[in-house]
Design a protein around this ligand. Structure first.
Ligand code: SIN
Length: 251
């Protein structure tokens, strides 16, 4: 990656209070997730447990049960102010599989021709969390983000090229998890361009991959990366807790 966009600190074995305290050194934590409730007593800690996710009506079953991993996405881009970063605490890791991949979206943009970069910087995309989270929202009744409660997920619009607020780097800001279409193009054009960008943005040369051990803590910049979980761990138990930091509106 061009500059550090993430770090893993092995062997930390943090309890929820220590996880939150560590995260808070980098910025204020948000709700763990806008729709999925936090773990008991910790609204700022969201748990991803694939074993439970496969149970009928699991709180986050709709998100992961069709696959055994999580496809490429940037966390929570379907809100006006997506998170600055996420901090994972690896609680239970299978003996094999379940690695996380991250892709550098600054490098992905820089690798495109100057003409395409310049055209992309004129475009905006809609990010919509309804397909992934509408059913869960109906089950849990209401969600919350930036301290405001809601009962419906309204799609939001972000620029396709955003400027990183700290480094000034231009980064590609679309992801197949939550981007639905490009505002300025018709449907066929939008689908074709987004499909090209999704393939391009996760080329092997932009990716790092980490094999977790229980107790590891991983921290990434959510403004300039996408990530995915390799779904190669079958029915083995994998449990991760996540704290998410408050971010700003992409410009
Ligand atoms: C996530 O999408 O935040 C989860 C990543 C992981 O489980 O490795």
């Amino acid at each position: 990656m061009a500059h550090a966009k993430g770090r893993v600190l092995p062997g930390q074995h943090l309890d929820p209070d220590a996880h939150l305290a560590f995260a808070a050194r980098f910025g204020p934590p948000t709700e763990g997730h806008p729709v999925i409730p936090g773990i008991p007593g910790y609204p700022n800690i969201f748990e991803i447990d694939y074993t439970k996710a496969r149970e009928p009506n699991a709180t986050y079953g709709d998100v992961v049960s069709r696959r055994q991993g999580i496809d490429w996405h940037t966390d929570v881009t379907f809100v006006k102010r997506p998170p600055l970063g996420s901090i994972l605490n690896a609680k239970v890791i299978p003996p094999s599989g379940g690695d996380t991949l991250w892709s550098d979206q600054g490098a992905a943009l820089a690798d495109l021709s100057p003409s395409l970069q310049s055209y992309l910087s004129t475009l905006h995309a809609v990010h919509d969390g309804r397909e992934a989270f509408k059913n869960i929202l109906e089950r849990v009744g209401k969600g919350s983000w930036d301290g405001k409660e809601f009962v419906e997920l309204e799609p939001v619009v972000h620029p396709i090229v955003r400027t990183h607020p700290e480094t000034g780097e231009k980064v590609l800001f679309v992801n197949p998890g939550f981007t639905s279409h490009i505002v300025e193009l018709d449907c066929r054009e939008s689908d074709a361009l987004l499909n090209f960008l999704y393939q391009h943005s996760v080329r092997p040369e932009f990716i790092v991959r980490y094999h977790w051990k229980a107790g590891d803590v991983g921290f990434w910049d959510n403004r300039s990366t996408q990530h995915a979980v390799v779904g190669d761990f079958g029915t083995q138990h994998r449990l991760i807790q996540r704290v998410t930091l408050k971010g700003d509106q992409p410009v």
